[in-house]
Design a protein around this ligand. Structure first.
Ligand code: GDP
Ligand code: IMO
Ligand code: MG
Length: 424
């Protein structure tokens, strides 16, 4: 039986940290289910409301809404230690997750040795390192696709310890290859304690839960992590993460059919940031870049690292819109540009092959951004309460992007708080 598509997908269109967590939380009043479909504790999704800040890594950003079912899907990789810490933090804030959090049996587990392997691989790469979050993401997805991984559903099986031991032995061999020390006694104890804790949560075949929700006409929001330019297929490879961050990843990472997808909500910052290594054509290594970092508080929610900053990159944005089939855009952090009198926007790249607005195969130093300069709004917009309060220069900035990308911007975010959000 065909049903109306009832799954909307919310994605970051840049290099992550666009403000996905904030918007999922803001949109929750319109949804019954929020489901994370990929990534793991490399993500840091920040929510600010009632004067408090919450950072979520593994848990979907709908957790503060009692009416919302929160699903950690099969495409996610879970570090039990980090998940337990997140849940402890929620308990301390009297957030009840006992009835509205579900974890897929098929989600893979991050072992303490996956973290060591991540560190070993990064250190072996030296100055060519990815700049990973060191959460064990790459090695865990490698074991998943290499068909060696441990899954959440395994933890209640009688042979779980034996399976763990088998994978541990493999990891020890690999760490030996890297000549990297394998000291995990304490981490292993903490990991097994966390596994025992997780056994008490609602672990199930979440694909059925989602299909029942679809059948019952529930509204579902799939919450992306990272961003399109960090996607394993279409990101700035090899400086990417190890999962499918795109809209298509919501299907494989949750077990929903492509025809169930309705809106694709694409989130981008009014400028660009990137954390970790890799090409960044519009990067600003000057006082303006420093100013944006300070105004935007551009320091990683997961690792605390300073984020690199730069001007908005329209060819990259158009590419992300194309491969995701974005139906509407949401522009974040406009307030960060409040005091800049001139704003540059990259509209094309110049290279030996000529000028093009198509993202090339490699984003290296051989391409040069072509900029258009727009007038800044030069005023504090963080207190604007409705779309018509927005200054002319900001409305022009929005219209310029809409025209260049060909998709409407229906939301603008003017500060970290839930309330600082305007819908068109
Ligand atoms: P996510 O990973 O996409 O959820 O984004 P992060 O939480 O890692 O990073 C976004 C940061 O910007 C967080 O510190 C948010 O609190 C903050 N933020 C979100 N929207 C806005 C906004 O419109 N203006 C400002 N100034 N900060 C924002
Ligand atoms: P959210 O969901 C920004 C980056 C890392 C590194 C690369 C690979 O908060 O937007 P990994 O640990 O995944 O192997 O690191 O990807 N990265 C992120 N950057 N936001 C994120 O998540 C990120 N998750 C990973 O910095 O460059
Ligand atoms: Mg983040």
């Amino acid at each position: 039986m065909l049903t109306q598509p009832s799954v909307d997908v919310l994605l970051g269109l840049q290099w992550g940290d666009e403000g996905k967590g904030k918007i999922v939380d803001v949109l929750c009043k319109s949804y019954d289910v929020v489901a994370r479909f990929q990534g793991g504790p490399n993500a840091g999704h920040t929510l600010v409301f009632e004067g408090k800040k919450h950072v979520l890594h593994t848990i979907p950003s709908g957790i503060f809404h009692q009416h919302v079912l929160n699903i950690i899907g099969n495409g996610v990789v879970i570090d039990p230690i980090i998940l337990k810490k997140e849940l402890d933090a929620l308990t301390a804030r009297q957030v009840n997750f006992k009835s509205n959090l579900f974890i897929s049996k098929r989600a893979h587990l991050i072992l303490p040795t996956h973290r060591l392997l991540d560190a070993a691989s990064e250190s072996a790469k030296g100055q060519h390192k990815i700049g990973s979050t060191l959460k064990g993401i790459g090695p865990t997805y490698m074991d998943k696709t290499g068909r060696n991984g441990l899954r959440v559903g395994d933890i209640c099986e009688p042979d779980f310890k034996a399976k763990y031991q088998q994978l541990l032995e493999k990891h020890k061999t690999l760490l030996g290859f890297y000549n990297y020390p394998c000291e995990i006694t304490e981490a292993e104890r903490e990991w097994f304690d966390a596994i025992d804790y997780i056994k008490n949560l609602q672990i199930c075949d979440t694909e059925w839960l989602l299909h029942d929700a679809v059948k019952n006409k529930k509204r579902i929001l799939a919450e992306g992590a990272q961003g399109s330019l960090l996607d394993i297929e279409f990101g700035s490879y090899p400086f990417v993460t190890s999962s499918n961050t795109l809209c298509a990843g919501a299907c494989s990472g949750l077990g929903i059919a492509p025809r169930q997808i309705n809106k694709v909500l694409g989130i981008f910052k009014a400028y660009c940031t990137r954390v970790g290594s890799g090409p960044f054509p519009t990067e600003l290594l000057d006082a303006t870049g420093e100013h944006i970092r300070a105004q935007g508080n551009e320091f990683g929610s997961t690792t605390g690292r300073a984020r690199r900053t730069g001007w908005l990159d329209i060819p990259a944005l158009k590419y992300a819109v194309m491969i995701n089939g974005v139906t509407e855009l949401m522009m974040m952090k406009a307030d960060v540009l409040n005091t800049l009198s001139e704003l540059k926007v990259c509209t094309a790249y110049h290279s030996a092959q000529g000028t093009s607005d198509r993202l090339p195969y490699t984003l290296d130093a051989a391409i040069e951004p072509v900029y258009t300069t727009l007038t800044g709004w030069n005023q504090d917009v963080s207190h604007c309460k409705k779309w018509s309060d927005l200054p002319e220069a900001l409305l022009h900035y929005i219209a310029f992007i809409e025209q260049a990308v060909g998709v409407p911007i229906n939301l603008v975010s003017l500060g970290p708080d839930r309330a600082q959000t305007l819908f068109k």
